[in-house]
Design a protein around this ligand. Structure first.
Ligand SMILES: [Zn+2]
Ligand SMILES: [Zn+2]
Length: 178
């Protein structure tokens, strides 16, 4: 049974964004979502050729940092990748305790759009719920509006809801209890 959910910033992250994510998680899960102390900026994961950060060693550190019955979501500002993809919005240990999201490509400024704090919060919330869903054991959903729909572009993220479809929601509640 999941007793506690926590978020922590990896390198510096806007406090308001972290608090928003924690609040949304706790509302949906009916559990307290704590904010853990900030972890160091992940220079150990920097790839000079790609000018991006390898998400895998970062997730590994989160796993080491995480206590047994806690689901821990790391939030970072750095641009993440996995070797087979150009970039990722987030990564999770499916059915494990930990997940990770990047705000880098969620910022409208990344797409040469004007700054929009409300849009950034909405995208961060959707990405966080998606990765937390994976960490609990959920896989991708074909329903375009479901938060478990796989986002391969920011348009996918903007199109979907911050909530689970009825089927995913049932599974989500079930996974939270086991
Ligand atoms: Zn996914
Ligand atoms: Zn779904």
């Amino acid at each position: 049974m999941t007793r506690c959910i926590a978020v922590c910033s990896i390198g510096s992250v806007d406090k308001g964004i972290l608090e928003h994510i924690a609040k949304q998680i706790s509302t949906r899960c009916g559990l307290i979502c704590e904010i853990y102390p900030e972890m160091e900026r992940p220079e150990y994961a920097y790839n000079v050729t790609r000018c991006q950060y390898d998400s895998r060693p970062i997730l590994k550190r989160l796993i080491q940092y995480c206590k047994d019955d806690t689901k821990l979501l790391g939030v970072t500002q750095v641009d993440l990748y996995v070797p087979i993809l150009k970039y990722i919005f987030g990564l999770a240990q499916v059915g494990g305790g930990c997940s990770l999201i990047s705000l880098h490509r969620l910022c409208p400024e990344f797409y040469d759009q004007p700054s929009d704090p409300a849009l950034l919060l909405e995208r961060a919330e959707k990405t966080a719920m998606h990765e937390l869903g994976h960490a609990l054991g959920l896989t991708h959903c074909r329903e375009l509006h479901c938060v478990m729909y796989s986002s391969t572009s920011i348009e996918n993220t903007d199109f979907k809801n911050p909530d689970f479809c009825p089927t995913c929601f049932e599974l989500f509640k079930w996974y939270l209890e086991i």
